[in-house]
Design a protein around this ligand. Structure first.
Ligand SMILES: [Fe+2]
Length: 492
């Protein structure tokens, strides 16, 4: 029998190269530019991700355990400047001096010495590797299970752990997915999962709202039954929305030093996903509502909005929690065996508590982003990293734009040699149209073994990159980034 094999649009060996540590810290003007940087593009792109993926050639078990490295790309007068620095967390400094892993990573990285060395060591590494935002005059590197680290935006020097004017207590988590309400508020949450009482496991969600000065102007906590693993959320003017995916947690392999905490999370396909709808104003008298929808797993939401007593939310959903295979290097992934994330629309009726869901885009996609002016509002365009192929799972090689009104799509691709990271939307100064702006994304080119910052015209992805800014080196695949119109250099 002849087996038909689908032609791959990617080279797995080249893709793997993008998961090498970048131990060097650089500071230079970017000079190798294809196309032209728009003269109106003035400000700073910050981006965070695991930069250190090994210590003395001993690899992390999962890239999410890699130490946070911030990239800062400054744009002014058609020129660009690159700077990268590791977040100097206490654990990063200690491990670099020791030359070996001294901490256990949440995703399974263990201290040398086997389970006996790791058993009952619950001291996890605050790895500061997931997002970086500039808000209230502070640059914050975020990791969801602990406090933020504050950095100097001019130098990216680490200033220390940030407690948000004594709002956070030592060890309090502050998630890595803050949302920016166009009214001028940063909304975020902290999740304490796995509390135990007579009824079983509980999770505490604390919501924080910070004004433009960085002052915490709203803070309220809510207890929900069960263990929750929540990475992201969505907001509307009146609500915060969380998907509590059906997972259980067996702590014993973690306690006994056999697995990382996240490796003890077990998907429960027989259970429903709970959708928690929490009023943003705790004085409104309105109670939290818990709705239910089919089983699945969501890391990222694109946006949510209210209409006619309902909330619509667009999210990247997986049919199951993508668990890592035990004892297998994360680089040795067989994409054909992993189910892809796909964009879904969930609609929640707050009166009847009914939820409907509809598949919007079957193509494998992740890292959704929108025009920041539309956060929590009805919106038309969503942009995502996407596979080049239209079915099955594959590395993200393209950026797709979906028109939610007409269903039209546009696609820009870096295939076959390029791999994309999260796009960040930057509105054009003075813009009035939702898609009038640019998408900035870092790509890794496997053939050149170098990374680049790509600038796309969000109104028309099909015309190709407006500019491609080649770095002189590679940057490992990252997680999230953010834009500010402010600059932290006198000039480039
Ligand atoms: Fe994320």
């Amino acid at each position: 029998m002849q087996i038909q094999t689908k032609e791959l649009t990617y080279n797995l060996e080249q893709w793997k190269q993008g998961y090498r540590s970048q131990k060097q810290e650089y500071d230079y003007q970017i000079t190798e530019i294809e196309g032209q940087i728009p003269a109106e593009l003035t400000g700073t792109l910050f981006r965070n991700g695991p930069g250190m993926l090994d210590i003395n050639d001993v690899s992390v078990r999962h890239p999410f355990d890699g130490d946070g490295m911030i990239c800062r790309i400054t744009f002014q007068d058609g020129k660009a400047h690159f700077l990268n620095r590791f977040v100097q967390t206490e654990a990063y400094r200690a491990e670099q001096i020791a030359g070996k892993f001294l901490y256990r990573g949440v995703f399974g990285t263990q201290k040398a010495g086997g389970w006996k060395t790791n058993a009952f060591d619950l001291n996890l590494k605050n790895i500061a590797n997931t997002q970086v935002v500039y808000w209230g005059g502070k640059l914050l590197a975020l990791w969801e299970a602990a406090e933020p680290h504050r950095l100097d935006p001019k130098t990216l020097d680490t200033l220390g752990i940030e407690y948000l004017n004594n709002t956070l207590k030592p060890g309090d988590p502050f998630a890595a997915h803050p949302l920016f309400d166009p009214k001028g508020l940063m909304v975020n949450f902290g999740l304490k999962a796995g509390k135990l009482d007579r009824t079983g496991l509980l999770t505490e969600i604390t919501i924080y709202e910070l004004d433009l000065d960085g002052e915490v102007v709203e803070q309220h906590s809510h207890i929900v039954p069960g263990f929750a693993f929540i990475h992201d959320f969505a907001i509307t003017p009146n609500y915060c929305i969380f998907f509590q995916n059906p997972v259980g947690f067996n702590p014993f392999p973690f306690l006994f030093g056999l697995k990382g905490a996240a490796e003890c999370v077990k998907f429960q396909p027989e259970k429903l996903t709970k959708i928690l709808v929490i009023p943003r104003n705790p004085r409104s008298g309105e109670q939290m509502q818990t709705l239910e929808t089919k089983s699945g797993f969501v890391f990222h939401h694109a946006n949510a909005f209210e209409h006619d007593g309902k909330i619509s939310i667009d999210s990247i959903a997986y049919p199951t929690f993508p668990e890592a295979e035990p004892n297998k290097d994360f680089r040795e992934i067989d994409f054909s065996t992993v189910t892809p994330g796909q964009l879904w629309r969930f609609e929640m009726d707050l009166t009847t508590q009914q939820v409907t869901s509809q598949l919007v885009e079957p193509r494998c996609c992740e890292f959704p982003t929108i025009n920041p002016a539309n956060v929590g509002q009805p919106y038309r365009y969503v942009y995502m990293g996407a596979a080049q192929t239209t079915d099955g799972n594959a590395p993200l090689q393209s950026i797709i734009k979906l028109d939610r009104e007409t269903g039209a799509q546009q696609l820009w691709t870096a295939a076959p040699t390029g791999y994309v990271n999260e796009p960040v939307f930057v509105p054009r100064p003075g813009s009035t149209q939702e898609d009038d702006g640019w998408l900035l994304a870092m790509i890794y080119d496997g053939e050149r073994d170098r990374s680049a910052v790509v600038i796309l015209d969000a109104a028309d992805l099909t015309k190709g990159a407006v500019a491609t800014l080649w770095l002189t080196h590679h940057i490992p695949y990252g997680l999230h980034g953010s834009w500010t119109d402010q600059m932290f250099m006198d000039s480039i």
